[in-house]
Design a protein around this ligand. Structure first.
Ligand code: SF4
Ligand code: MG
Length: 371
């Protein structure tokens, strides 16, 4: 398969006075090119740390202690997925990809403050955070910031860029896009700023867009609009998206493939249909049970799962989910760490759970599972 990013056996640690917190403990997955990968799990599962590790912006004193992150630039190519059906030439042009293969980059080998990772961050991998003020510049109008991105990535024509900037603001659900374009970030409400930031990130048409719960603070209607817009732009430009969320509802609306994280590990990985209709891991099953009914409990975190995520300082022996798992087996789950195994011999569906002892090692199984 064609992956825009391949993460292999990634470990991230945060040394603290109380001991080392293993934020990521051997994480391996691919972000498929021209598709949407959902990363789902409760807070503390390592979703944001994974995103930050890809961009080499893990917060201090945290650090990547081992693992590989290979980035392969370029938009989706013909036949590479649904994203490419519409407009291959435009996708390639938008990403500065003249059709030639570009060299893969090992991101963990780059100086985190060097020019190379900085240009990748600005041009090829964009990230949308929960907090919009970090990416908007307070001294320029929202419209100017978006047109700059469009001038850099889509068209050299300023009048056309200004027009597209207003259109982009309309598409992210701004009620009065002409007026908003002339506003400064501080003149907007939090929800408006969030939408402005999303418009800006999408205008960069990056190879990979990493979105960390960008719609969590927005109302249902706006959220639906923005998810739809992401789909459209992804289709138009062949973008790949890694979408971090705690909401299975969002996963259902947006994602093609899913990884489920629990306490620094991936516990299940599958195409979205299998996650919903053929889930294997008891944690995935409980996430599905916690999906709120339409209009009820929306935004309520996944508390319906028995127990809470253990204190990160305490080391849970065996399967880390066992204290909360309804299927836990004494003498096995509480002592032996389950390894990643392929479900029914498939390469696109894997699980880490003793209920599925299958002998086929999964394709991306961590080499050095050291436990
Ligand atoms: Fe539950 Fe055991 Fe599977 Fe862990 S390994 S999820 S405790 S059945
Ligand atoms: Mg987070």
């Amino acid at each position: 398969t064609d992956a825009v990013v391949s993460v292999r056996d990634l470990h991230v640690e945060f040394p603290t006075q109380l001991g080392v917190v293993r934020a990521l403990n051997g994480v391996s997955f691919d972000v498929p090119r021209g598709r949407v990968l959902g990363v789902v799990g409760e807070s503390g599962s390592g979703k944001s740390v994974t995103a930050r590790a890809i961009l080499q912006i893990v917060e201090r004193p945290g650090r990547i202690t081992s693992g590989d992150i290979l980035f392969r630039p370029g938009a989706a190519k013909e036949g590479g997925g649904r994203a490419t059906r519409r407009n291959r030439g435009r996708a390639a042009a938008a990403n500065g990809d003249a059709g030639g293969e570009r060299e893969a980059v090992e991101l963990t080998a780059l100086d985190p403050r060097g020019d190379q990772i900085r240009s990748i961050r600005g041009q090829e991998i964009s990230m949308i955070f929960q907090e919009p003020m970090t990416s908007l510049n307070p001294v320029y109008t929202v419209g100017d910031q978006i047109s700059e991105a469009i001038l850099l990535h889509q068209t050299p024509d300023r009048a056309e860029a200004n027009k597209r900037a207003v259109e982009m603001l309309r598409r992210v659900g701004m009620p009065n896009p002409d007026r908003i374009a002339k506003s400064y970030p501080h003149q907007l409400s939090g929800g408006m700023r969030q939408r402005a930031m999303i418009a800006m990130a999408l205008s960069c048409t990056p190879t990979l867009l990493i979105a960390d719960e960008p719609t969590t603070a927005l109302d249902v209607t706006t959220e639906a609009q923005i998810l739809e817009l992401m789909r459209e732009l992804q289709d138009e430009f062949g973008m790949s998206i890694m979408f971090i969320t705690h909401s299975m509802g969002v996963v259902a609306q947006l994602c093609d493939e899913v990884v489920v994280m629990y306490l620094g590990r991936i516990v299940e990985r599958a195409p979205v249909e299998d996650i919903f209709y053929n889930p294997k891991h008891p944690y995935t099953v409980s996430l599905l049970r916690s999906i709120p009914r339409i209009g009820v409990n929306r935004g309520v975190p996944l508390e319906v799962i028995k127990g809470s995520v253990p204190d990160p300082y305490s080391t849970v022996p065996g399967c880390q989910f066992h204290p909360r798992c309804p299927s836990a087996m004494k003498g096995l789950c509480d002592t032996v760490v389950p390894q990643e195994t392929a479900v029914d011999g498939r390469t696109d569906h894997s699980v880490r759970c003793h209920l599925y002892p299958g002998s086929t090692p999964a394709e991306t199984a961590s080499a050095g599972a050291s436990e």
